[in-house]
Design a protein around this ligand. Structure first.
Ligand SMILES: Cc1cc2nc3c(=O)[nH]c(=O)nc-3n(C[C@H](O)[C@H](O)[C@H](O)COP(=O)(O)OP(=O)(O)OC[C@H]3O[C@@H](n4cnc5c(N)ncnc54)[C@H](O)[C@@H]3O)c2cc1C
Ligand code: SF4
Length: 686
């Protein structure tokens, strides 16, 4: 039976106090907060080991009582995003504060990313621990959003299969806010002015079984459940580095980003060195195209036997609409207009909550024409009568965008690496024809949690056995034991292997459902585009159900699909009407996004040489970056003083963390890295 009784409810107020304190970047020593932190620890793990207490108290000191350290150091070549990326010379030149050793906390499992996958993993771990273990397992979730859910953007129609497995059907007794059962649905092919009903593929069927949700509210709800079970959740912490074990090369944990670093890479008054979490297992749950995931895939060659990942960008708004056009529980999916036959994608409209409508467009990032603007295509979608009729008397309350995986089964990398594993969309479990990835993300997290728990139990049993053997052989003298205790020496760190997660995923319904649809998305990649795709998908999903002896492959990255601008004509998109369509900056203002002006730019090009990037990209792609970015971060500004006649500019403050630039830039020289924790969008109802 799944245990849902709160085991650590007493810890929650303390946790909240600690979190508030940690989120205040300019905070100086505050006694109540420090006390709150130690209360948190002792409440959370009443039998905590003394080493942990020691680490915790040094950590509190480091975070809460660092003296003001305005630095006068001058660093000449500040071209790195984090000190870890700097050359040895740059490191030597940097302010010593930036390179001083970080405090480290020891936990059992560290989870990077508090989305559906990370939280499902954390919940499953604590359920198992509370039922079959000591109840003291330390499971930590680090999330870059300022509060849980604030970086979550989805459609979203939620298939409840994983939720049912995690909590039992009883979760419906106290469900997340604004959840709405799908009542009726339609699939339409849009011409410029008509919306022609077309048959719905069986996997798209939602009515009576799936729910329309705001995934950011679902995430908040999941975080509360996780806290009740004893998971330690830290929003407002960007994880910028993986910590590797020197001896084995395995991932030994993670490090959070330094706070209070100026854009010139100098520590400011509020500087706080990042913190390490050393873990027996590290789960990366960063969502689509995770920045640390990119590193582990490379470092451990995890994509050796899989195709490149391919992506789409989803752009979405939430509207409040009048009663007369609102149809509670209505779901619509559209194909065709505004996208051309050779651009993959489609629109959606979901009526949910209290007179709320989610409307959005997904555009496959394998488009060839660099003049396409997914943002402007979305505006065109809303101009269509099928959408306009619902929106024109309403009010847009939210805007956002996020990349999603489209590569399917053949693009999933190896899931485990020494010391950890990839879970959720960072590995790529989205079912493309369904446009659903939340249920598969959650299930993968739960399976990884089960594998980790089994390995932790095994390791604990082995340690106990070894200790008993040692004792019975009377090899350890009393003095030696005392010495060991004084030194605080403990068993050497050993990476856990999560290989068994790989197998349990293969045996699960996640694999089965992705296997069945593996050929659907790649079938749109022929010269016949939409027409061949629709024909093949119909046959495959209705008749073959994936039982064909071949698999279509994704051979080329989305960046490489982009073609020379000289082959296309610029697209003249209409001006916004301010009623259903908006200019980009008005939309960005609805994301609540914010990044400190005086922090290192988190969008990295080599040596931050913007002219070099412009020289490589502008002549061929004529400003593709300013069109694919849904937040106006990249600009080419006319500038006579430049050889190209334009100056490339990065307005990193506007970034909404969708990751599209890192994926689509044809020159592949933009690297999205995490900004300071708590920066970025503050999504509402998305
Ligand atoms: C437009 C759109 C429509 C969609 N529609 C649907 C739908 O209708 N139904 C459905 O089931 N699915 C849908 N999906 C997919 C669904 O949103 C994802 O499958 C799901 O969110 C994946 O969960 P996740 O936990 O793996 O990743 P995410 O939800 O992306 O969560 C990852 C979390 O990790 C955090 N993070 C990332 N890196 C770091 C770091 N280094 N340090 C700290 N924190 C970090 C992020 O801030 C984020 O909170 C849609 C997606 C999009 C974009
Ligand atoms: S800069 Fe990159 S990650 Fe940020 S909003 Fe633009 S495309 Fe998305």
């Amino acid at each position: 039976m799944i245990r849902t009784t709160p085991t650590t409810s007493a810890a929650s107020p303390a946790l909240r106090t600690l979190r508030k304190a940690l989120l205040r970047p300019t905070m100086t020593l505050s006694v109540p907060s420090t006390r709150a932190a130690s209360t948190l620890r002792s409440n959370n793990n009443s039998n905590s080991r003394s080493t942990r207490k020691q680490l915790t108290s040094t950590r509190q000191q480091s975070i809460f009582s660092r003296p003001s350290t305005a630095s006068t150091s001058s660093l000449t070549h500040r071209t790195f995003a984090s000190i870890a990326d700097a050359t040895p010379e740059q490191q030597a030149e940097a302010d010593p504060l930036l390179t001083e050793p970080r405090e480290a906390d020891e936990v059992d499992v560290a989870i990077v990313g508090g989305g559906p996958a990370g939280l499902a993993a954390a919940i499953r771990l604590k359920q198992l621990d509370n039922e079959h273990g000591s109840g003291e397992l330390r499971v930590v979730v680090l999330e870059k959003a300022p509060e849980m859910g604030a970086h979550t953007l989805s459609g979203a129609v939620l298939e409840p299969r994983a939720l049912d497995e995690l909590f039992g059907p009883e979760w419906r007794d106290e469900p997340p806010e604004a959840i709405t059962l799908v009542k009726n649905e339609t699939m339409r092919y849009l011409t410029k002015s008509a919306a022609i009903p077309i048959p719905e593929p069986p996997q798209m069927h939602n009515a009576g079984k799936n729910y329309i949700v705001s995934l950011n509210l679902v995430v908040k709800w999941l975080a509360e459940k996780a806290e009740e079970l004893g998971v330690e959740i830290y929003p407002g912490f960007s994880v910028s580095e993986l910590v590797y074990d020197e001896e084995t090369g395995a991932v030994k944990g993670i490090a959070t980003n330094d706070m209070g670093v100026s854009k010139n890479f100098e520590p400011k008054d509020n500087f706080q060195r990042g913190m390490e979490f050393h873990a027996k297992a590290t789960l990366l749950a960063e969502g689509c195209h995770g920045s640390l995931t990119k590193q582990v895939i490379k470092n451990f060659n995890l994509r050796k036997e899989s195709d490149p990942q391919t992506y789409g960008i989803g752009i979405k708004e939430v509207w409040e609409v009048p009663e007369e056009v609102w149809d509670e529980g209505f779901v619509a999916h559209t194909m065709g207009h505004p996208l051309s036959y050779n651009t993959y994608g489609g629109g959606f409209m979901y009526h949910f909550g209290e007179r709320l409508v989610s409307v959005g467009l997904v555009v496959g990032l394998d488009y060839a024409n660099p003049y396409i603007s997914p943002y402007q295509e979305f505006q065109n979608l809303k101009r269509h009568p099928f959408y306009k009729r619902v929106l024109e008397k309403g009010k847009c309350v939210s805007y956002g965008a996020r990349a999603l995986n489209e590569g399917g089964l053949q693009s999933i990398p190896k899931l485990s690496f020494p010391g950890g594993a990839l879970i959720g969309c960072t590995a790529g479990f989205l079912n493309v024809p369904k446009i659903k990835g939340t249920h598969t993300a959650m299930k993968s997290g739960m399976l990884a949690a089960e594998a980790a728990f089994a390995e932790l139990q095994k390791a604990a049993a082995e340690t106990e056995e070894a200790a008993e053997e040692e004792e019975s052989a009377e090899e350890t003298s009393e003095e030696a034991a005392e010495e060991e205790e004084e030194d605080g020496a403990s068993a050497p760190w050993k990476p856990l292997s999560l290989e068994s997660y790989e197998q349990s995923l293969k045996d699960s319904w996640v694999y089965k459902e992705l296997y069945e649809v593996r050929n659907v998305r790649p079938s749109f990649n022929t010269r016949l585009g939409l027409f061949a795709g629709v024909a093949w998908s119909g046959l495959d999903t209705l008749l073959f159900k994936g039982r064909v002896p071949f698999t279509f492959h994704n051979k080329v990255t989305d960046a490489a699909h982009t073609q020379d601008a000289s082959k296309f004509k610029p697209i003249d998109y209409p001006k916004p009407d301010g009623v259903v369509t908006f200019d980009l900056l008005t939309s960005v203002s609805r994301t609540g996004t914010n990044h400190d002006d005086d922090e290192p730019c988190h969008l990295r090009v080599p040596e931050q040489d913007l002219d070099r990037h412009a020289k490589a990209a502008w002549p061929k792609y004529k400003g593709v970056e300013q069109r694919f970015c849904p937040a106006g971060v990249y600009e080419y500004i006319p500038d006579e003083t430049k050889e190209l006649g334009v100056r490339f500019q990065i307005n990193s403050q506007n970034c909404i963390h969708c990751k599209t630039c890192d994926i689509k830039v044809p020159t592949q020289d933009i690297n999205w890295t995490v900004p300071e924790g708590g920066d970025g969008p503050k999504y509402y109802m998305t």
